[in-house]
Design a protein around this ligand. Structure first.
Ligand SMILES: Nc1ncnc2c1ncn2[C@@H]1O[C@H](COP(=O)(O)OP(=O)(O)OP(=O)(O)O)[C@@H](O)[C@H]1O
Ligand SMILES: [Mg+2]
Length: 253
């Protein structure tokens, strides 16, 4: 594997829930340092696809490469590899999922100690740097319940970064937030992108996708229906389905 190889490669991925075909023949490559926004109507399969990248969903067919890991039905990962794969992908959800009974510092340090075997002082020193990066150094000793939603989500981002992931996966990280709190989170994500982090972001924030993403991928009915540079896909989509989707979003604003 070289630095030029895509860091994430999904080939002909199919996912079914019983008889329901949620993701259909999806092929997607993401380069190192690339920011890909995935958009599309509710039920399109965006979350399912994102969850496949860290194997929270297992495809019924297709091949998945993430960094040095390869998964296919005839090449299953051992549980050790599966853990390593999950560790190499930092996931940030719509709901922040912080541990309510732990301080911010402990929320970020504990996984580093448990998963990476860092000592408490190593972990705490990394945590301090990450808190600086998400502009919340003053909150190290606070409990999550005392923070705003936007602050909690920035802590969730710091926690995901603490395990040194190769790629960050975001599933509508701002949709549970008031718009101005969402902006704080988007601004941290913009900084991460500028620092060269590989990011795959499922989002309804079209302005963010237009500004930050290198590529916009549009999904509908489990398939990728269109993709390309944001300007092209958002302003001048070629598929009527994509046109309708963006028109509906822009009309809401
Ligand atoms: N665990 C599950 N069991 C059964 N069906 C599921 C499951 N998870 C998702 N689905 C179905 O698969 C389809 C795709 O769901 P998914 O959550 O990936 O959509 P989405 O594009 O993320 O939508 P949204 O924008 O609403 O989050 C939907 O029809 C959903 O009902
Ligand atoms: Mg979803």
């Amino acid at each position: 594997m070289t630095d030029q190889d895509p860091i994430v490669r999904l080939q002909d991925i199919n996912i079914k829930y019983g008889a329901y075909h949620a993701v259909r023949n999806v092929t997607l490559e993401v380069a190192r340092g690339e920011v890909v926004a995935i958009v599309g109507p509710s039920g399109a399969g965006k979350s399912t696809l994102l969850r496949t990248i860290n194997m929270l969903e297992q495809p019924v067919s297709g091949t998945l490469h993430v960094g040095q890991f390869t998964f296919s039905l005839d090449h299953e990962l051992t549980s050790k590899q599966l853990l390593a794969l999950r560790r190499s992908t930092g996931m940030v959800f719509q709901s922040f999922n912080l541990f309510p009974h732990m301080t911010v510092e402990k929320n970020i340090s504990l996984p580093q100690m448990r998963v990476l075997g860092r000592s408490k002082s190593e972990a705490d020193s990394r945590t301090a740097k990450l808190l600086e990066r998400v502009h919340l150094s003053d909150k190290a000793q606070s409990y999550p319940a005392r923070l705003s939603g936007g602050q909690q989500q920035r802590i969730a981002i710091a926690r995901a970064l603490a395990l040194d992931p190769q790629v960050m996966l975001f599933d509508e990280p701002t949709s549970a937030l008031d718009p101005e709190l969402g902006l704080e989170v988007l601004s941290v994500m913009r900084e991460l992108a500028a620092e060269g982090m590989t990011m795959i972001v499922v989002t309804h924030e079209i302005a963010f996708a237009a500004e930050v993403a290198d590529r916009v991928v549009v999904m509908a009915d489990g398939a990728i229906i269109e993709q390309g540079e944001p300007e092209q896909v958002i302003r001048n989509p070629s598929s009527p389905r994509t046109q309708k989707f963006f028109r509906a979003i822009l009309d809401r604003h």
